[in-house]
Design a protein around this ligand. Structure first.
Ligand code: ADP
Ligand code: ZN
Length: 720
């Protein structure tokens, strides 16, 4: 090859042509240094040799500067990158960046310097230094990362290094991982589990594409079951990727993994330290990382010899990325298995309608685990009609639910109250003038957090101390909380059952693996009687003494009225219900609602999943919604309201006239303002036969915008 076309990662450009200098040999997929203007940037050799339509004459081409000492991206991964860019109408470079983990970390030495406290004191102590030293207790990371943790500048920390308060530690990013042993511990599977496991393991041995939907009720032992094909892949010397929705809360999973395989898996998620990130990336690319457990971004890693992907809790919305490249990791994972030729297991107790439909049409093979392991029964589910059993004034829990908790207390059992709202109250206003506290950057109310005495926006992270007086009328002590959040429910439980030990479990309180582990240990040691939690506690936990689950407000999810509201509510409630009665004691679930007759609630109460799915299927069919039709949304945003509106109008005015494709809008997006940007949305709904991506690409390619305008495409959006 003497000329190549390269994907240039840190530029919004299409592929560029380069000359391969004398004496350099490159392969397709090779990561290279490309000159771009005055800079040198990371690129990937994407196409080679005779390129039709290349207009730059050979003598004008600039030469590649060098090679990165890492294996070239394999052909199936390049194909996956192309497919993803094409399907989600994104640039190749933005997808390729995910595979290279932003490129920057690839070169350079195999060791990185981290710092940690020495235990020494600075000559001159300042409040800032003291605060930094407290924050860094037990931490070891690069200066930049430590500065982030301590919330101080890097300069402050360099000062501490000079004073001997922080000391350097060389971390070798190539030190090997301990070997996972497929036969470390054998688990005796039940008959139904063994049959499922055998089906998967046989597919692993075949080394062919085979998509499975593992449809098993909560507590049926899906994890134990898919550990067997993981072991099989390891015996064959192949790598495994397990995608989990909530990487922060994997304690229980990691513990079980270690018991089964003798070591911890390699972790991949966005908050890894740079040394861990580099070590994991290199081991993935060399084939040394045997099992990677990761968040969705792990999907694009350059595995050398991947032989199996498991997507656990495959219905979870967190597999859908909502900014940058808006992809659904569940679906891209299936494509990766397809391109590379190995099986994939989508595991869930409440599969997405799309996945069930794929199984129904024979594309996925459905494997069922219909009963709980060890004879544990599924919990009894009952509704509490809040219009009849009204909670006492100013309270949110019906007496029957509180009585249920009291009973558990007496028996030394545990209860879980589920409400998907962090903080104390979702809306805060002034008692005197009615002023409502709104986020300055978003169309959202500020949420009061009493533990931290702050008002926070749950969309952009804006925070302010709770004001002592109304910012509008000046009335002191005037804040009124409207509606319940988990903190308020916890207060109510404490008030009505003073002897109960209550814990609020949300991303605010369980924000690190250490805290999650403490929480689990406290529940297991029975130091907590009542857990009040958000979606975070609906999955993965296995607490045998937890026998009552109360759903504080089942109507909450149905309010927005979007087409997935019913499915989401069903999944959430079924998942949280699945936390009850997992041990030998039977579980009970009480669902508070104002609409016991709604089809979702009725199906949950009757334990009739099929009824729910068939009603939902009909509704989707009528609406032309997925999986029967396709949706895409186009979001036009700008910091300037009129600029955004104007750009959206121009796009709307040039809408193409395509048969079987309806284009709605523009209208203000559901979040009309987000992180300081005003947003307008156009919605497309098309028959499956329409090449939606082609339509969008041609259409948007014809419209120009001022530089402040951003146009984002969301194919198969989650909410519509
Ligand atoms: P799911 O993911 O389907 O909700 P889990 O895999 O978490 O179910 O299993 C539920 C509980 O049952 C876990 O504590 C698990 O260790 C236990 N379990 C499942 N299958 C077995 C088995 N074959 N032998 C021993 N324990 C099992
Ligand atoms: Zn905000």
């Amino acid at each position: 090859m003497n000329r190549v076309r390269c994907l240039v990662l840190n530029a919004a450009l299409g592929p560029l042509d380069y000359k391969v200098p004398e004496g350099m040999t490159v392969e397709l997929g090779q990561v290279v240094e490309c000159p771009l203007g005055p800079r040198t940037v990371v690129g990937i050799v994407w196409e080679a040799e005779r390129l039709p339509g290349t207009d730059v004459p050979a003598e004008k081409l600039r030469g590649l500067r060098g090679l990165y000492p890492i294996p070239p991206l394999p052909a199936p991964l390049r194909r996956l990158i192309e497919w993803t860019a094409d399907y989600y109408v994104a640039s190749l470079a933005s997808v390729a960046r995910m595979a290279l983990s932003s490129g920057g970390a690839l070169k350079g030495p195999a060791s990185i310097t981290e710092y940690r406290l020495t235990g020494g004191m600075p000559e001159r102590m300042t409040p800032q230094r003291l605060a930094a030293m407290e924050a860094l207790e037990g931490e070891q990371a690069t200066i930049r990362e430590l500065a982030g943790i301590a919330g101080v500048s890097e300069g402050v920390l360099r000062g501490l290094v000079n004073q001997g308060v922080l000391e350097p530690v060389e971390v070798d990013c190539d030190r090997p991982y301990e070997e996972a042993r497929p036969d470390f511990a054998q688990i005796e599977l039940s008959d139904q589990q063994r049959e499922a496991a055998e089906t998967f393991s046989a597919a692993v041995r075949e080394k062919k594409f085979a998509p499975f939907l593992l449809d098993g009720v909560t507590g049926s032992g899906k994890t134990e079951t898919y550990f067997e094909p993981v072991a099989e892949a390891l015996r064959m010397g192949r790598q495994v990727l397990v995608l989990l929705p909530e990487i922060a809360l994997t304690e229980n999973f990691l513990h079980r993994f270690e018991e089964r395989f003798g070591v911890l898996p390699v972790l991949w998620h966005s908050s890894l330290k740079s040394t861990e990130r580099r070590r994991a990336w290199r081991a993935v690319a060399s084939g040394d990382a045997q099992v990677v457990v990761g968040a969705r971004s792990a999907l694009f890693l350059p595995f050398a010899k991947l032989g199996l992907i498991v997507v656990d809790e495959a219905h979870e919305t967190s597999f859908k990325q909502e900014d940058g490249v808006r992809y659904n990791a569940r679906d891209v994972a299936v494509m990766r298995a397809h391109f590379e030729g190995f099986p994939i297991i989508l595991a869930s107790a409440t599969p997405a309608l799309e996945s069930l439909q794929m199984a129904e049409s024979g594309i996925y093979e459905k494997v069922d685990l219909p009963s709980r392991f060890g004879g544990a029964q599924l919990p009894d589910i009952d509704t509490i009609d809040l219009t009849e059993e009204k909670p006492p004034h100013g309270m949110w829990l019906a007496q029957r639910l509180v009585d249920g908790i009291a009973e558990r207390l007496e028996r030394g059992e545990q209860s879980l109250l589920f409400l998907n709202r962090r903080g104390y109250a979702p809306l805060t206003l002034c008692r005197n003038c009615g002023f409502r506290y709104q986020c300055p950057n978003c169309s959202a109310w500020l949420v009061e957090h009493r533990f931290t005495r702050r008002l926070a926006c749950h969309h952009c992270g804006h925070e302010a101390p709770s004001p002592a007086a109304c910012q509008e009328c000046g009335e002191p002590d005037c804040l009124v909380a409207c509606g319940p959040g988990v903190e308020r429910i916890a207060d109510e439980v404490a008030e009505r059952l003073p002897e109960a030990r209550v814990f609020v479990a949300t991303s605010d309180t369980l924000n690190s693996p250490g805290r999650a582990a403490e929480f689990i240990a406290a529940v297991e040691a029975k130091e907590i009687d009542v857990i009040v939690g958000t979606q975070l506690v609906t999955k993965g936990f296995h607490f045998p003494e937890l026998t009552l689950v109360g759903v504080v407000d089942a109507d909450l999810g149905l309010e927005g009225g979007d087409l997935r509201a019913g499915e989401r509510t069903y999944q959430q409630v079924a998942q949280v219900a699945g936390r009850a009665g997992r041990g030998s004691k039977p579980g009970e679930v009480l669902i508070q609602t104002r609409h016991p007759e709604a089809s979702v609630i009725a199906a949950l109460a009757a334990g009739d999943r099929d009824a729910f799915y068939s009603a939902e299927t009909e509704m989707r069919r009528d609406a032309g919604a997925p999986p029967f039709g396709r949706w895409a949304s186009i979001i036009v945003s700008s910091e300037d309201e009129s600029e955004a509106r104007e750009a959206a109008r121009r796009i709307g005015d040039t809408r193409p006239d395509v048969p079987d494709c309806m284009i709605l809008g523009p209208a203000p997006a559901p979040m009309a303002q987000l992180r300081g940007r005003y947003r307008y949305r156009l919605l497309m709904n098309a028959r499956r036969s329409v090449q939606l991506q082609d339509v969008i690409r041609h259409w948007l390619g014809r419209v120009d915008h001022p530089p402040g305008v951003r146009v984002a495409v969301d194919v198969d959006p989650y909410s519509f």
